[in-house]
Design a protein. Structure first.
Length: 429
């Protein structure tokens, strides 16, 4: 029975690939390997980037070769799980939050680069975590209430950085300005100008040690005193013995979020932390998912991509507190499509507890797939689902390194259900 099924699938594979006008077999000496992009996480030094208002799904991810040439690029949310790249050394991944401007309001720019990694022929490489840091200069301007009372409408602070970046802060401005940090340009100029008590005043302060990741907080306030006494901090002398004090706080943010900021959520969409950490959907050990009603015991990784190696054990033992009513399987694969499987009497979605007679005979045949079917599922509290006989079908694919997902859903007689996903990559040695 197994021979007949595999022979039929092999014939179907030949027929479908022969009809594909654009398909040509890859030469052995082409030299490609694979990079697992799904493992890429964006973190911010010691803290995961978490701050309301920043859409992490739009972060730009770029794969570069050793010469810095762009090989692939996507938005963070749109990254494929597996990427095929030419064999080579010194690859890197760059992650940026956006294409930054010279100066912009409330626009923190995060940037990070992975460690160098190599792509080896027919091997799956994990690039790991990319650590992103605040990579532009944050400036906040504050005015004391006493100063606001004597400022006229033309008062403002103009901040210039990187020679071209320019923003003007009015008395009621609450936003922070972000300036591009350019190598070789470490100067920032803050100029207070405007009318106070009928007198136009201007004070200019130059900072020469500005770096990416810094937060400059410049505060202007009224200070009483003798205006004839020199003040090294850059005070403005005003009539009647009033001076304006310009004080500066320099916070080095680097990879850490500023103390007065919320935290930016850096999880890839679909991979967020649970809202209730005391009762997470994902357990401490994601490869052995458990909940109140079901356990899935297996040596297969349920979070990583598994190479489809013939002869390995790909069985899953499903245990249920209550009797099972359904064991549903959904196949998600660019190769094992409805059209392809339908040509040999199979389907991409089925319930092993409730199968048509012909499909039950095919899937339950001890000499074929030997899946648990019918009463071997219904009413049971422990069932073994073994994908091992199915693995050779994955490797019939004419396209190397295809991704195949098997969604396995257990349902009990109380209506509880749990789904795990078994993910395989075919053609990897």
């Amino acid at each position: 029975m197994k021979y007949k099924i595999f022979s039929a699938l092999a014939i179907a594979t030949f027929m479908m690939s022969s009809c594909h006008d654009n398909w040509t077999p890859a030469p052995e000496d082409e030299g490609d390997g694979q990079l697992r992009m799904e493992a890429i996480d964006v973190t911010n030094a010691e803290n995961v980037i978490k701050r309301a208002g920043v859409d992490v799904s739009n972060f730009i991810v770029t794969v570069n070769d050793a010469e810095g040439k762009q090989m692939q690029q996507w938005k963070f949310a749109d990254m494929p799980e597996i990427v095929t790249l030419p064999v080579g050394e010194g690859y890197t991944i760059d992650v940026i939050s956006h294409n930054q401007e010279k100066a912009a309001w409330d626009a923190p720019f995060f940037k990070g680069t992975s460690q160098k990694f190599n792509i080896v022929k027919n091997q799956l490489t994990n690039a790991g975590t990319v650590t992103c840091k605040l990579s532009n200069i944050k400036v906040s301007i504050r005015f004391s209430e006493d100063l606001k009372k004597i400022m006229e409408d033309d008062c403002k602070v103009t901040v210039i950085a990187n020679d071209e970046g320019r923003l003007e802060f009015g008395p009621e401005e609450t936003r922070s300005g972000y300036f591009q940090a350019i190598e070789g340009s470490s100067t920032l100029i803050a100029t207070f100008s405007g009318t106070i008590y009928g007198n136009y005043e201007e004070i200019r302060k130059v900072y020469t040690d500005v770096e990416a990741g810094q937060h400059r907080i410049i505060t202007y306030s009224v200070k009483g005193g003798d205006p004839t006494i020199p003040d090294e901090s850059g005070n403005i002398d005003i009539t009647d013995g009033i001076t304006i004090d310009m004080s500066t706080i320099d916070e080095s943010i680097e990879g850490n979020v500023a103390p007065d900021e919320d935290v930016i959520d850096g999880d890839r969409p679909g991979h967020e932390d649970p809202e209730d950490p005391d009762n997470p959907d994902n357990p401490d050990n994601p490869d052995d998912p458990k909940d109140e009603y079901f356990t899935f015991d297996t040596s297969i990784s349920l979070t990583e991509v598994n190479p489809a190696v013939e002869g390995n054990d790909y069985s899953v033992v499903i245990k249920s507190v209550n009797p099972l009513t359904n064991l549903k399987v959904k196949i998600e694969s660019g190769y094992l499509t409805d059209e392809f499987l339908g040509s040999v009497g199979l389907v991409t979605e089925f319930d092993l507890a409730n199968l048509p007679p012909d499909l039950e005979q095919t899937l339950g045949d001890p000499e074929g797939f030997n899946f648990p079917v019918g009463d071997n599922v219904k009413g049971q509290t422990e069932v073994t689902f073994n994908l091992t006989p199915f693995i050779p079908l994955l490797n019939l694919s004419t396209t190397p390194n295809d991704i195949h997902k098997f969604h396995l859903t257990a349902v009990d007689d109380k209506g509880n259900e749990k789904t795990v996903v078994l993910t395989f990559i075919s053609g990897v040695e």
